[in-house]
Design a protein. Sequence first.
Length: 254
Amino acid sequence: MYNAPIIRKAFDIIKLMVEDYNPLGVTEISKRLSISKSTVFGILKALEDENLITKDNSNKKYLIGPGLFELSKKVFKGGELSNIARPFLERLVGYVDETVFLCIRENDNIETLDVIEAKKAVKISSPVGTKIPITASVLCKIFLSPMKNDDIRDFLLKKGLPKYTENSITDIDRFIEEIEKTRKLGYSLDLEEYLRGVRALATLLYYGDGTLAGAICIVGFSRSIKDEKLPMMIQHLKNTAQLINQRLSQLNIK
């Protein structure tokens, strides 16, 4: 198996700084890890550029930076969110007989945090960790819904609204109208707007402090998610989100 030496050294430096939790200089890190000073300096500079560590100019030593704290909080939150949500999502799959995704927003992408597949032979699936663009219809509508319309407009002017299928809404005014409906109803719909032959519906999840946690998304083929089935699915989706939100309200992560 290939093992990138520089990545291993960077990991060793981060691990040392986390475990020691004291300011460390280039020379001390070099001696303790048996890594050349030039390599240590280069790695520290790269980590500093990413805000993962900070340099105290008074003594030329390095400390754990805010970027690493923020990253660790995201990892912890993501793990907690998955653990709390999964039993409810498994029950939701049993109700709707379609695949359910737990998603989070990462800048201009949506990342799949967990997937619970439907039991039937023909179903939608995607690996955990899959990322799709924020402009993917159902998730774009739901993740942008907490924003003000003017901010949504500015965002979409920069990102654009791609024409994924013949049903894609590429006009910003029309798309904002869809987001207004989403905001009012508490869920979003995608009727073959992102993928031909696929329908989806989604709603948001929140932590107890009101910050956005992620979204639940039900995805299936159009021949399975028929119009007459939608009201039942919407109700189960919203009920599931409410139950998860109640559990998340007991989670206190600042």
